[in-house]
Design a protein. Structure first.
Length: 476
């Protein structure tokens, strides 16, 4: 079975930050796990940028750039950041690419042919920062968008609508069946449907300057969210890749965008007669030192700077192990430094160094004389957690195994044994080595750069390899 993982495509009006890095690292980690298990050809992982946003116009103007210049400069920022974070995606999709326009226009044409799109009048309150219409009930007491604290614009115009209301009961059933994880997020949408019901949604804006044209009425541009969701399909919209849509599709998103991914998107797919994703997983939000991350607070953490200082591996595992995938939690550089010092340098680095040094010393690095060790049971738990999207738990298994193995070595004190050829000493080293092999396999998923160095040290079936430093000391 093929596995297809996606991240949201990010707006380019902000540089990548810890929040967007979190989703992207999580998707990358899952893709690495499945590639290792099934082979690269069975796995696809995509990310990209959401570029047809009205905000782009003012942002480009403010920088004195053309829209195209601005967009490619910003998309390059993301490509550069993901490169520095060791993200190995199969496709980076930009919604201004012709391939996306062509998929979107075809899908919208099909929605029209199916009778699920109609032209109507729209009157509503539009928040240009959210790029979405807000209901009266969603505004704060001052009549403002609660997230952006600006008064939404009153808009009255002709819009094309998608018949979302028609799919209300079907969506309710879908959400009750576990389409959106974790359950608490699904429950939010279930109560929304039950309490407020679903209205048809506007999918175009008349006279908008930016965006993909409506396929049969070019005066209208498709609303950015309508077409952005379709990026997931654009990426595999080629005969040789289309089979990924028939495998297990997992959309990873933040909890802020479940309505789009779990109401609009499945309803459109259903209307189009296309298979649904297996699941949408909505993770929680990071705060920074206890505060909400925001431009105005200026506390958005630049992931590249942290990756340069601590290494991309450390950033990845510190984020993924910070709290349960699905919950909210905090991030601080102190936490990252602590993970680096105790779990990586002091934990894994120390363990590997000690075991390899001792095997070199006592057995001249010859592994072939060591007995066969029993299988490492943690491997199974690690896989189980990865497959259940329990990234935090998978990290826990990895760290526990390191701690246990360090403790086993310290307790056994093989350096005190008078005979290094005694069966219990040989068995100890065989077991330790088997654990290092298991850890290096897990590291290929969780710490891809360090895994390469670890594999080098482990050498081949006969002999240990060269000595390298797994986690160098960090300058304060
Ligand atoms: N362009 C839309 C998504 C379209 S998908 C078809 C969008 N872009 S965004 O740039 O605002 O990115 C939102 C995503 O960034 C969230 O869903 C989440 O993945 C990530 N995060 C943004 N801030 C975050 C935190 N503070 N913490 C964790 N993730 C966060 O919405």
């Amino acid at each position: 079975m093929e596995h297809y993982f996606t991240t949201p495509i990010y707006y380019v009006n902000a540089a990548p930050h810890i929040g967007t890095a979190y989703t992207t690292l999580a998707a990358d980690t899952l893709a690495r796990y499945w590639r290792k298990k099934l082979g690269r050809e069975y796995v696809r992982f995509t990310t990209g940028t959401d570029e047809n946003s009205q905000k782009t116009l003012s942002a480009a103007a403010a920088k004195g750039q053309s829209v195209e210049e601005y967009l490619s400069e910003m998309a390059d920022e993301f490509v550069d950041c993901w490169g520095q974070l060791g993200i190995d995606y199969d496709d980076f999709i930009r919604t201004t690419e012709p391939r996306h326009e062509s998929t979107v226009q075809r899908l919208v044409t099909q929605l029209m042919e199916n009778g699920d799109v109609y032209l109507g009048d729209y009157e509503g309150m539009y928040c240009s920062r959210c790029e979405t219409f807000l209901k009266e009930s969603e505004l704060n007491e001052a009549g403002q968008c609660p997230d952006h604290l600006i008064a939404p614009e009153k808009i009255k115009e002709k819009n094309y609508f998608f018949r979302l209301s028609k799919y209300q009961d079907w969506l309710l059933e879908l959400l009750q069946g576990g389409f959106l994880k974790p359950e608490k997020r699904a429950n939010e949408l279930i109560s929304l449907i039950k309490n407020e019901g679903l209205d048809d949604i506007s999918i175009s804006r008349e006279g908008a300057e930016i965006g993909i044209a409506h396929p049969s009425d070019p005066n209208h541009k498709l609303y950015v969210w309508t077409e952005a969701l379709m990026n997931y399909y654009t990426s595999i919209d080629r005969p040789e890749l289309n089979h990924f849509w028939h495998g297990e599709v997992t959309h990873l998103v933040g909890k802020d965008i479940t309505r789009f991914h779990c109401l609009i998107w499945p309803a459109m797919l259903h209307s189009l007669g296309l298979p649904l994703p297996k699941q949408v997983f909505a993770h929680g939000f990071f705060t920074i030192n206890g505060q909400k991350m925001s431009k105005s607070l200026g506390n958005a953490v630049e992931p590249r700077a942290l990756a340069q200082k601590y290494g991309a591996d450390a950033l990845r595992i510190a984020l993924l192990s910070a709290f349960a995938f699905g919950n909210d939690g905090d991030f601080s550089e102190d936490h990252l430094a602590e993970v680096y010092r105790t779990k990586l340098a002091g934990g894994l680095g120390n363990l590997v160094n000690r075991v390899i040094t001792l095997i070199d010393k006592y057995y001249n690095g010859d592994k072939s004389t060591l007995p066969v060790a029993p299988a490492v049971i943690h491997v199974e738990a690690f896989g189980k957690h990865m497959e259940a999207l329990e990234l935090y738990r998978a990290c826990e298994v990895f760290f526990d195994l390191i701690d246990q193995t360090n403790k086993q070595l310290a307790d056994a004190e093989p350096w005190k044994a008078p005979d290094k050829q005694a069966p219990e000493v040989l068995a100890l080293f065989a077991g330790q080595l088997a654990t290092l092999e298991a850890l290096s396999d897990m590291a290929e998923v969780l710490l891809p750069e360090a895994a390469k160095r670890l594999k080098l040290m482990l050498g081949n079936a006969q002999k240990t390899g060269e000595r390298v430093i797994l986690f160098p000391q960090i300058e304060a």
